[in-house]
Design a protein. Structure first.
Lengths: 266, 253, 285
């Protein structure tokens, strides 16, 4: 119900321009309303963030679920919740303070020049932001695996890690994919923090050290022009629609998987 | 005590937090016999069983005192390698726990962990143990199909075969037939009785009739205490302790 | 034997896991630490008690009271509105029994999917509604938008709590002759009150920290809003704007503002946690 409302809202402003936008989107027009640079920018930053975040999140979730003594687990939970609660502007501030200069400093080691405002900076900040999401969902997935199943593996002489590797991860594979997908959609739509560290240059980024201009940032930055140039408004609304659709699609898929797992337990 | 025994429990006391669950249990489990541990629910039977292969290690806040000797080694000695202890015992849980893989891989899981790599050797093991568990004929054509598709009774026999594949000396059964239909229960019981020729079997059950059917040796556990134990025929015919008598006559359950 | 290899594999993985966990926990500390350290030089009483005077953004006197109060007003208003909207939804899927189970499942699923929608989409939507209704950038528009943002979060948190009310209790009330509405209001709500408050706090924390949804809708001003139709400053935007200036003193103020915002959220978080712990003691089960 509400969802339809949202979609129709954005589409309304889009009607006169839909054809124009669609064709432009696939051409690398920096000019008027080619969305390619922004889509690429978003993809780069999001994928890079996933590559950084997923292994760390999974390893942490496995540790907390399968190996950590109880007091560590109960201490870590509030920490992770706190991390999840930090607003994106604060992440942005931290990113500007620490990560951007860091990236600027290490870029020459890789033979590139960078102001620090780059895909890499965005990826690092974004990665830390989505860690709690992936960890918390993964923990839920692991707790759905029955203790008896783990015991059966241990009883055959497997070590704890082998049990995790062959039994728990296999059993929880679907749920873990859902966790990763949820993390992806969260990263895809994150606006503020990324905006502050990523440089906002409307060019397709060629390397990790180039600046980028993700879709949410586009919308946020240009709302001023929205009032003066009518076509801008449509373009931005279209971008918002694209964003919404992508996120909804991913969320839908992930939730579907997670509900199926829940049902299997009952 | 009487026959040869290579599993000896001495003064075992276990508590979860402040709650004592087992108090000073001492028992010599006879070799190559079926020992059945009986008692009302919640009196520590499963805890006793799980302490034998150190599955209690992963439970929070558990305190274990006393000794369990397998072949004269105390399995709770901190220097002992846990996976070696567990390899000596096979476990059959109440609800069949099939691993999320094919029938073949389920059984090959244990041997692979312990170093068997050769395809032919694994296939031989799989066949041998499936026959020992009485499942070979039913699944020989779909060894690489998912184990989850088997019926519950077949799954339990699969778990039995899987446990045998690591070449244990002792088989542990935690209410192994309570989740099964009567026909599958019969088959599993028959398998266990056939296996006692080569393995020491310990079964926990709350079904007295099952105990009467299969037990060579009985241990009665009540509220964490080992009240009475001895050869099954003797104990069933003439239980000495009043609590045992009450349990057998159905007063307490 | 291959056994030594297995042992080593386990050891390496354990080390990796510890490193990962350390990274996660450490990054929280790093973020908090950095912001606090950088904020220290600029924190003084003026910051939280004054509104920006002329030239504030160029380094002169003033504080961020406008943003602090603006954020508090906005987030409180939004939370209340979200409460009014989500209570009926959550109650309806919980007190009607098996007959409409399918609908309850659908609604829950829908809420879960909505849960992750990026805030900028809500901002854009709010903007569209604003223009449709003829509103200008104002406190009211901001409240509406953030309320929508908070709705899935609050509804889900409340649902988890209200679900726990044992159906026996509901049946007991119904058999005493209460209508469904009376049961809902008197029995269910009272039983889950701490949980509802917790849900409100969680949603509040989310709403107050969000920038993208208020960017278009609440506007920005140096004054404290005195009516719903005036634009309102918000802490996240204040931080953002202060950070973007070339003056280092103003940038420092941005850090201080960030610290203030983080502090507010920390307090709300701790309160929510303390409440939920109290909740666990009082559940009738």
């Amino acid at each position: 119900m509400l969802g339809l409302f949202l979609k129709s809202g954005a589409v309304l402003s889009l009607q006169p321009l839909s054809r124009l936008l669609f064709s432009a989107a696939w051409k690398p027009l920096k000019g008027q309303f080619g969305l390619l640079a922004f889509l690429c920018g978003t993809m780069w930053v999001t994928l890079a963030a996933m590559i950084l975040a997923v292994p760390v999140a999974l390893l942490t979730a496995i540790y907390l679920s399968e190996f950590a003594p109880r007091f560590v687990r109960s201490l870590a939970k509030p920490f992770i919740d706190l991390l999840a609660g930090i607003p994106s502007v604060v992440f942005g501030v931290w990113g500007v303070l620490l990560i951007v200069p860091l990236v600027a400093r290490i870029a020459p080691l890789f033979g590139a020049y960078s102001s620090g405002y780059s895909v890499l900076a965005g990826a690092v900040v974004l990665a830390i932001m989505i860690l709690p999401t992936i960890i918390l969902v993964s923990l839920e997935v692991f707790s759905a695996v029955s203790r008896d199943l783990r015991d059966a593996s241990l009883a055959l002489g497997a070590t704890r890690w082998e049990t995790v590797k062959h039994v728990v991860l296999r059993r929880g594979a679907q749920g873990l994919i859902a966790a990763v997908v949820l993390g992806f959609s969260r990263a895809f739509g994150e606006t503020m923090a990324v905006l502050m560290v990523v440089g906002n240059v409307a060019r397709v980024p060629k390397s990790l050290f180039d600046p980028a201009y993700p879709l949410p940032a586009l919308i946020a930055n240009n709302y001023g022009e929205m009032m003066s140039i009518p076509q801008t408004e449509s373009a931005l609304m279209f971008s918002a629609l694209v964003l919404l659709l992508v996120v909804l699609a991913f969320n839908f898929a992930a939730r579907l998987i997670l509900t199926r797992i829940e049902r299997r337990i009952q | 005590m009487n026959d040869a025994s290579h599993l000896r429990i001495r003064d075992l006391s276990i508590s979860f937090g402040d709650q004592p669950v087992l108090k000073n249990v001492s028992l010599d489990v006879p070799d190559r016999k079926i020992t059945v541990i009986v008692g009302p629910s919640g009196c520590g039977k499963t805890t006793l069983l799980k302490s034998l292969n150190r599955l209690l290690d992963s439970v929070d806040d558990v305190h274990i005192r006393g000794h369990i000797y397998v072949d004269d080694d105390d399995i709770y000695d901190p220097r002992v390698e846990v996976t070696r202890v567990r390899k000596k015992m096979g476990l059959l849980s109440q609800k069949p726990q099939v691993l999320p893989m094919s029938i073949f891989d389920n059984i090959a899981y244990g041997p692979r962990l312990h170093g068997v790599r050769d395809r032919k050797a694994l296939a031989a093991i799989v066949e041998r143990e499936l026959k020992a568990a009485g499942l070979w004929d039913e699944v020989k054509d779909r060894l690489h199909g998912p184990a989850a598709r088997l019926s519950v009774g077949q799954q339990q026999r699969l778990c039995l075969a899987r446990g045998l594949a690591v070449e244990p000396e002792i088989i542990l059964g935690d209410e192994p037939t309570s989740a099964l239909d009567p026909q599958s229960s019969r088959i599993v019981e028959q398998r266990l009785m056939a296996l006692k020729a080569d393995y020491t079997v310990i079964v926990v059950t709350h079904i007295l009739r099952q105990a009467r059917r299969i037990a060579d040796y009985i241990a009665f556990l009540y509220l964490g205490e080992l009240v009475e134990h001895g050869p099954a025929s003797a104990i069933f015919a003439a239980p000495r302790d009043p609590r045992t008598q009450a349990y057998f006559s159905g007063e307490i359950s | 034997m291959g056994f030594r290899r297995r042992k080593w594999e386990e050891r390496i993985v354990r080390a990796l896991m510890l490193v990962s966990t350390g990274l996660v926990l450490g990054s929280l500390l790093m973020i908090l630490g950095t912001v606090i350290i950088k904020a220290l030089p600029a924190i003084n009483l003026d910051m939280i008690t004054k509104t920006p005077q002329g030239g504030y953004y160029m380094g002169k006197a003033g504080g961020i009271l406008n943003a602090i109060l603006g954020s508090l007003y906005l987030a409180s208003g939004a939370t209340l509105l979200a409460l009014l909207l989500s209570l009926p939804i959550v109650l309806s899927i919980n007190t009607y029994s098996l007959r409409s189970k399918a609908w309850a499942v659908q609604v829950r699923f829908f809420l879960d999917v909505l849960w992750g929608v990026p805030s900028i989409v809500y901002g854009a939507f709010g903007f569209i509604v604003m223009t449709l209704l003829g509103l200008r950038a104002s406190l009211l528009a901001g409240i509406l938008t953030v309320a929508l943002l908070e709705l899935p979060i609050m509804a889900r948190a409340m649902d988890e709590v209200i679900r726990l009310v044992p159906s026996a209790l509901i049946d007991a009330s119904a058999s005493l002759g209460a209508t469904r509405l009376e049961t809902a209001l008197r029995v269910v709500l009272r039983q889950s009150l701490p949980g509802i408050l917790t849900a409100m706090l969680i949603a509040f924390g989310r709403g107050i920290g969000d920038a993208a949804s208020v960017l278009f809708t609440a506007g920005f001003t140096d004054h404290i809003p005195t009516s719903l139709t005036q634009p309102a400053a918000t802490l996240p935007l204040a931080i953002f704007f202060q950070l973007g200036t070339p003056f280092p003193e103003v940038r420092e103020r941005a850090y201080a503002s960030a610290a203030v915002l983080t502090l507010i959220i920390l307090i709300v978080s701790l309160a929510a946690r303390a409440l939920s712990r109290k909740l666990r003691k009082h559940i009738i089960n």
